[in-house]
Design a protein around this ligand. Sequence first.
Ligand code: ADP
Length: 407
Amino acid sequence: MPDSAPTPAPAGLPRAALAPTALTPAALARAGGEITLERLTKRYADTSAVEDVSLTIRPGEFMTLLGPSGSGKTTTLNAIAGFVTPTSGRLLIDGVAVDNVPPHRRDIGMVFQHYALFPHMTVAENIAFPLKQRKVARGRRAELVGAALATVRLPGFERRYPHELSGGQQQRVAVARSIVYAPRVMLMDEPLGALDKKLRDWLQLEIKRIHDELGTTFVYVTHDQDEALVLSDRVAVFNHGRIQQVGTPGELYERPSTLFVAQFLGDSTVLRGQVNRNGSGGAGGGSDGGSTLGKCGRILRAPGSLDGAGPTDGAIVVRPERLAVHGNGGAPDGADWNTLPAVVEREIYLGSSRKLELRLPDGDPALVREQAGRLADVRPGDQVTLAWRVADSVLLTDDPDVEAALT
Ligand code: ADP
């Protein structure tokens, strides 16, 4: 994003934060490093923090490690940083094993949730600190500090002390301090976790912009699925110390490979039951023959099939915007559609859309999201028909642990 068209700031941020700047972030740009985790495992006495994690993070990529609390994200990040020694497995940066390289020699920058600025140093002194450690000459230091402050849009803040800054400004100084020596890899552990939502939303876009401008490889830890979707080129979803799926935000949302991923990223309706594979040419969806699942006396169809020969415990997952409700008849039917009866329990207006919470005859919940201007004429208490395309059914193996992991 060019400096002349900055992201709009929330009210209350100084104009200086938005001013076009003479110093360009180009001074800090550097080709990003490639990070390879090979079967990384970290065990503590009675806990397996990370178990058999393999992942390649491409040069210049924005990779987010996403998962619930305790799923192994921070341990993985700290292993990349060198603060945690793996129990087994290998870690390579640009193809070179770094297991015996101490953190300060790994060419990485790091930003934590708590800003960890030196309180007795000015902003400029804080940002210059890593340059001093690296014995960068004084004149060059001033140039680089200026470029780092321009990159985080805080020019003119050099002489302030941390206590004279808001939380968001302190975090931007922490980012400036990490990018000022142009590391090839930037690690961020919930950097926006301590900030209010409006500021967080804005700083998310700022972090994305900084990533795009610098070309550095970013590895970002969060438990916030929306943040992961906004920021990332790809996301690695963690649960119980293992990676469940790695993919672009679109792949994870549209084609989750496990029930955990489907439920952790976004809302969905989960229809559990016995899944049967159709023979080719059967009544299932798509040319692959598809599968069927019995639910509330109906046969639901989905493309694809689950592993295993006989009937298997499984689920059809449908995103709320793919479901439609029909009040008085008019629901589509035919081989391309699934339908179920339901009762509307609650409607929630969200301005640009409406959510409907429904109950199926067997007591299971369902969720529909409709765009404003295209709302069905139904209200709480109404008997309706839910309809969705067979192609929008995602077939997944049942996982009884999913609910426990999500609460
Ligand atoms: P996350 O970042 O996803 O919240 P962590 O990587 O911090 O998860 O932790 C993963 C698991 O490892 C948790 O069960 C945590 O309690 C455990 N763990 C992390 N660090 C230590 C440690 N130093 N000693 C013992 N257990 C730890």
